[in-house]
Design a protein around this ligand. Structure first.
Ligand code: URA
Length: 474
């Protein structure tokens, strides 16, 4: 028994060494090589230092689309797949690569369900500079973010949507791989990111997936080129693994909407579901929703789908579905009438503008840093968060402000020192100049769909173009 164990571990480690060496010399792996690595990672047969060495070689020398697809499939196969095919209805899913103030999931899930598709959304918690949908939902008193599969399926039958925390059984090897990438400087690799994102989406079971890839200062992808490469890699993986993938590249050079934090973002999402709210959040949700409805075959054209989505927002239909979702998951849906039932901050402070002028830029990273300093984000996976803190912007890019007027509201703590540090960061985030910013950068830069549909068809985007100026590095 001992002899056979040691010989299998010796042969396993020599082939692992060979695989690492192959990638070190930029040689192509076989599917079996990749399976060997991921199975070894999963069952502990391959030590972290060998996986880490391979990650560095893969990060430097890359993985081609065959290797990236095999990696994605091996990560999917490390766990279970949500069997949505056993359920009736057209299932869609959406994923954002993460941005500051991105509360689109809270709006899109009930909105899409109110327009006839089903959505079983598995979301994550905040880590790093971006917020997490699951934390935001926990701001709704009583909301259960840990649904069993049975509860989720039952809810999908009755109301067509559910949002739950990512279970440990979906693509578990991705969690282990990501933890190693995080500490070995190998997160920033397009094939590794694509395999990580797509493995979780494929394990979540929907046939149609819309990926919102953010680009800019407040995003993982800092350049349009990197965002494009990630988008095309994800689409290619989807094509090979039988999924319909649409990709959007959207702007993240300034925060999305006005609210950044947990309670404040839920309150803003409710406003959008009430047919109000910031124009950019509404437009992005309508655009992403329309793409999902066309890609899943529910509507022929983007403009027909957008019309249905707008009608649902403006008539209260989407809000009604959100109420049904909150009720089904044990939350207090009174928050829809009374946002003060959401966790509140210790105090609300105004940040006065130091000078008069036009807002030329709002650095999303500085805003996120300030909000995290107040306690809205996490330093580690286990850190507690303060759901009541955050900021609500009063001025967006292109708007004129008088000196001394409130630039934004700070939902602050009772810690004087922390509040002061956060206020200093928030001031640094705003670039105010005597001149109006020139040019217009769209909310969505690119769209790639499988069915007919172009960016220029999206009426929701045209509506905000007239009013919104977004300056950008792009
Ligand atoms: N998000 C993921 O899920 N995985 C990555 O590797 C990066 C962002």
């Amino acid at each position: 028994m001992v002899a056979s164990n040691s010989s299998s571990s010796a042969s396993s480690s020599s082939s692992t060494r060979q695989i690492i060496n192959d990638k070190r010399w930029a040689r192509k792996h076989t599917e079996a090589d990749i399976r060997h690595l991921i199975e070894g990672l999963q069952n502990g047969a391959i030590p972290d230092y060998q996986i880490s060495a391979w990650l560095m070689a893969a990060c430097i020398n890359g993985l081609d689309i065959d290797e990236t697809t095999w990696l994605t499939q091996a990560l999917v196969d490390s766990g279970t797949v949500l069997d949505l095919e056993s359920q009736s209805g057209a299932f869609v899913d959406k994923h954002s690569t993460g941005g500051v103030g991105d509360k689109a999931t809270l709006i899109l899930v009930p909105l899409l369900a109110s327009c006839g598709v089903k959505i079983a959304k598995l979301s994550g918690r905040a880590l790093g500079f971006t917020g997490g949908t699951i934390d935001k939902l926990e701001a709704i008193p009583g909301f259960n973010v840990a649904l069993s599969q049975e509860a989720m399926f039952a809810q999908l039958k009755t109301i067509g949507c559910a949002i739950s925390g990512q279970t440990r059984t979906l693509a578990p090897a991705d969690g282990r791989l990501y933890a190693l990438r995080d500490v070995t400087g190998t997160v920033e690799s397009i094939p590794l990111i694509a395999a990580s994102v797509m493995s979780k989406k494929i394990a979540a079971g929907a046939a149609t997936i819309v990926l919102d890839i953010k680009v800019g200062r407040g995003a993982f992808m800092k350049t349009p080129d990197a965002a494009r490469q990630l988008a095309s890699t994800c689409r290619a993986i989807g094509e090979r693994l039988g999924k319909t993938i649409a990709t959007v590249i959207s702007n993240m050079d300034s925060p999305l909407g006005l609210a950044i934090g947990n309670s404040v973002e839920v309150a803003e999402a409710i406003e959008v579901l009430q047919g109000e709210g910031p124009a950019d959040v509404r437009a992005l949700c309508i655009a992403l929703g329309a793409i999902a409805l066309v890609e899943s075959g529910q509507y022929e054209t983007l403009s027909l789908a957008e019309t249905a989505l707008m009608a649902s927002l403006d008539s209260g239909k989407a809000l009604k579905t959100f109420k049904a979702l909150i009720d089904a998951q044990g939350g207090d849906s009174e928050v829809l009438q009374d946002a003060s039932l959401l966790p509140q901050p210790d105090r609300i402070k105004m940040l006065p503008a130091p000078e008069a002028g036009y807002v030329n830029g709002i650095d999303p990273l500085k805003i996120a840093e300030a909000v995290n300093l107040l306690g809205a984000g996490r330093k580690t996976r286990e850190s507690p968060i303060d759901l009541g803190v955050g900021v609500v912007l009063r001025y967006k890019i292109g708007e004129y402000i008088e000196a001394g007027d409130a630039l934004l509201e700070v939902y602050a703590t009772d810690d004087f020192e922390k509040n002061a540090q956060a206020m200093a960061l928030l001031l640094e985030a705003y670039k105010i100049k005597p001149e109006k910013p020139e040019g217009h950068v769209p909310l969505i830069h690119e769209l790639c769909m499988n069915r007919p549909g172009h960016l220029a068809d999206l009426i929701s985007l045209k509506a905000i173009e007239a009013t919104d100026t977004i300056s950008s590095v792009l």
